[in-house]
Design a protein around this ligand. Structure first.
Ligand code: MD3
Ligand code: FE
Length: 202
């Protein structure tokens, strides 16, 4: 049995195939309004391997100037589209927070994409959890404690899994070490989508 850090709730297979397909349709509509773009590392401008978009009142963006939340798409300049109802309902059911999510970051991973260990701390309020939804190919997810360099644990996230990260785990270091290509038939052209619903301000 794999013991998870305190505050991490992993719900394998929470979404059945029909619910996953519905969410993919919703996200296709979001990215048709707010196209995936490739964020850059602050200062160096080195592109991330993950492509991103957002929906909701605020979206997380990364460019040479830094990491931040803003109310417009960095390329089109348009406001982010609203968070689909399916996701608002999931948040209401599983987050334990009565306030609605303000941001939904859409991450798209191709076979080669990864995300290095990091903390999510660009929000100004950490009292709400982050709710993550995985769709498409599986990945190897890694999570540690709140100190960089501490012990970590790894587990696989599969299509339809949900992870709720609250309490002590909210500021845990975490990342995606690899994608397992061809492990899901959900996305026609393969790859992995991760959606994270968040509160940004208090
Ligand atoms: C643990 N995304 O978008 S989701 C991110 O699979 C991010 O795309 C990964 O890390 C992905 O910032 C991991 C699971 C997750 C999300 C947020 C967390 C784990 C977290 C915030 C705090 C601690
Ligand atoms: Fe993160």
């Amino acid at each position: 049995m794999l013991v998870l850090p305190k505050g991490v709730r992993h719900i394998p297979g929470h979404l059945d195939r029909a619910a996953q397909e519905r969410l993919v349709e919703d996200i296709r509509a979001v990215v048709s309004q707010a196209p995936l773009y490739r964020p850059e590392m602050p200062r160096s401008g080195k592109p991330l391997s993950v492509r991103m978009s957002n929906c909701g009142d605020l979206g997380w963006v990364a460019d040479k100037a830094g990491y931040r939340y803003q109310d417009r798409h960095p390329v089109t300049g348009n406001p982010w589209p609203p968070i689909p109802e399916t996701l608002m309902t999931l948040w209401a059911e599983l987050s334990g927070d009565t306030r609605p999510p303000q941001a939904c970051l859409v991450n798209f991973y191709d076979d080669k994409a990864r995300m290095g260990l990091h903390q999510d701390r660009d929000e100004t309020d950490f009292s709400a959890p982050v709710l993550s939804v995985s769709l498409g190919d599986a990945c190897l997810f890694r999570i540690g404690g709140t100190e960089r360099g501490g012990p970590t644990r790894s587990f696989r996230l599969e299509s339809g899994d949900i992870v709720v990260l609250g309490g002590e785990s909210r500021l845990a270091f975490h990342g995606v070490d690899r994608i397992y290509p061809m492990t899901s038939t959900l996305l026609k052209d393969g790859g992995r989508i991760n959606l994270t619903l968040r509160r940004v301000t208090g």
